[in-house]
Design a protein around this ligand. Sequence first.
Ligand code: UD1
Ligand code: CA
Length: 470
Amino acid sequence: MEDNCAVILAAGEGTRMRSRKAKVLHSLLGRPLMHYPVDLCRRLGVKRILVVVAHQAEEVQQALVGQPVEFVHQGEPRGTGHAVRQAEECLRGFEGTVMVLAADTPLLREETVRQLVQAHESAGAVATLLTARVADPAGYGRILRDKQGRLRRIVEEVEATAKEKQVAEINTGVYCFAAAPLFEALRRVQVSPVKGEVFLPEVVQVLVKKGQVVQAVLAADATEVQGINTRAELAQAATVLRQRVHDRLMREGVTLIDPQATYIDDTVQVGPDTVIYPGVILEGATTIGEGCVIYSNCRIQNSLLGDGVTVLDGSVIVGSEIAEGCVIGPFAHLRPQTRLKRKVKVGNFCEVKKAVIGEGSKIPHLAYIGDTQMGEKVNIGAGTITCNYDGFTKHETVIEDDVFVGSNTNLVAPVTVGKGAIIAAGSTINEAVPPDAVAFGRAPQVNKEGRAAATRKKREAMAPPKDDDD
Ligand code: UD1
Ligand code: CA
């Protein structure tokens, strides 16, 4: 590719989304729509990426923090042609190829754009646009050709006659231009009498009339150029993108029991021989190792799972790091900053937050462990709770190696349980337990021999016996 730059149009409101949020900020597989064209340009090695913003400009800029882009402000959005004009100042003196992309065409592939640029440069054209043949052209600009099949102009839906509307070849909104002729032609484009906007596709007519080389390249796959204007189109695009992610994962050796019922972001990596059951949602910066099994209806977000991890049905894992061989769930909730070392078990209805759980430790049932440092081979009885919050601040619990915590224990933080200690079931522990001690933190039991009969008699005298089926 020669010297090149890209102008990404992202200033429109996206009224057809019927949203308070600008269209380009809507999320597609975990990332704002805006990210897709920027990513594409980066992969293409485009030297300068200009993003035209206006509607919710601050939020759009925020969504692109850290990306190598420059922003151009459109002021009031008055059409795609008006948007491109705003980049003229920035590109003064630039003589290479200007690619123009809409921010709402996220399915576009690198290869397709590469071919377009190639066709543009090898023909020495002033403009080359990507077109597509679609079953339903409604809403798109139609490509009008003369009797010899030469490109004549693009007519927008709002200005098209009934006959023009029948044309199935559409403008995809992806273009290559030679910089100077583009800006020169834009100055000649009339404001649309119907919409009061300056339409970028109108430059085609201006250039053709001047006898310059303008060409149209037909996209091989029309699904790629689908624009997102409505929520329905957003959902369709998600289906296409998910399919691509699934194809990649299956090629890499991952088993998806039912790909249609699996929801995996593009940003997710999964190791070979991992099996993913239906209803699983994998989001954000998530990496899953080899040979894992993720059962139905689990959601895993921004987490790292080592090899051979099993996540049983209905578990939610967010911002956590899970080492090799752990078993989680069913119905476990791992919240941010949970770190499970190797072979840890976190079972049914357990919640863990901001805690390090040492190798081989077990939290099998109905527990809450938060703000905790736990050593190796610890056993936590059912119903155990770290009371980490006193209503004002959070406090830490430390449980050293080989501790046994009996069922239904309250560990009132800050508190430390020494190595090898045993805590009796039902204890409330609010003082440090020394290593190897047995702690009883409960009221001693009192048995009154033979008193049951007298108790029953007394009760019967108080009220008539009830039917025992209610
Ligand atoms: C546009 C094309 C149409 C093409 C279709 C392909 C025009 C006039 N029409 O129509 O020929 O078939 O894309 O998807 O270009 N934008 C701005 N500033 C503005 C207006 C829009 O930056 O003043 C941005 C939008 O944020 C959007 C992009 O330009 O990302 C396209 O605008 P949109 O309104 O979606 O154009 P379409 O009606 O889809
Ligand atoms: Ca559009």
